[in-house]
Design a protein around this ligand. Structure first.
Ligand SMILES: [Zn+2]
Ligand SMILES: [Zn+2]
Length: 180
């Protein structure tokens, strides 16, 4: 079965927000072979309990009043550009989120939410090229030795970690970093 298409999170398998699983989805009751493993904001405990299809069609949001990304974190609480309510709703309610060390933020650009590329360390940023490195350097504002030291420590599975996004309108890379 092909996974639903998530405009703002194009490869949730690669980012490990969706994992293979034999668990039944608490929303549709079916074993779909995949389960969402990212954060869930809901009254009920829904960790690793919702299938990607129930996220994509909005049924998990409707049934549990669940969000998968904090609405206010889209645009980093006003720090980045704001986006239309329809975009906030699509990202928060119908898109898999991702797990960060601190409260997750979703990069916005050109009046739209950007697509989440994934967590990145030094190795991943170098593999994606100079633009990716610069995007994270600009987000933290370090230069020279301070930046080099930070970059050396940057680790996809460790701390600090970078979160990389790509603007769906202009293709620019952006994001942020945090640590535990
Ligand atoms: Zn389901
Ligand atoms: Zn843009």
């Amino acid at each position: 079965m092909k996974l639903p298409i998530f405009k703002y999170h194009p490869d949730p398998i690669a980012t490990e927000s969706i994992i293979e699983s034999d668990e039944a989805c608490l929303c549709c009751g079916q074993v779909k072979g995949y389960i969402y493993s990212g954060p869930v904001y809901a009254e009920e405990e829904l960790a690793e309990a919702i299938c990607p299809w129930c996220i994509a069609d909005g049924s998990a949001h409707k049934k549990f009043d669940a969000a998968f990304t904090d609405e206010a974190g889209i645009g980093a609480y006003g720090k980045w550009g704001s986006v239309p309510d329809l975009v906030v709703e699509e990202v928060a309610y119908r898109t898999p989120g991702f797990s960060g060390w601190q409260q997750e933020r979703w990069w916005t650009h050109c009046g739209d939410a950007a697509a989440f590329v994934g967590r990145a360390g030094r190795k991943e940023l170098f593999a994606m090229g100079e633009e990716a490195v610069l995007a994270i350097q600009n987000s933290i504002g370090l230069v020279g030795e301070d930046w080099n030291r930070f970059l050396q420590a940057l680790d996809k599975d460790g701390s600090p970690t970078a979160y990389l996004f790509k603007c769906l309108k202009c293709g620019e890379l952006g994001g942020y970093q945090d640590c535990n």
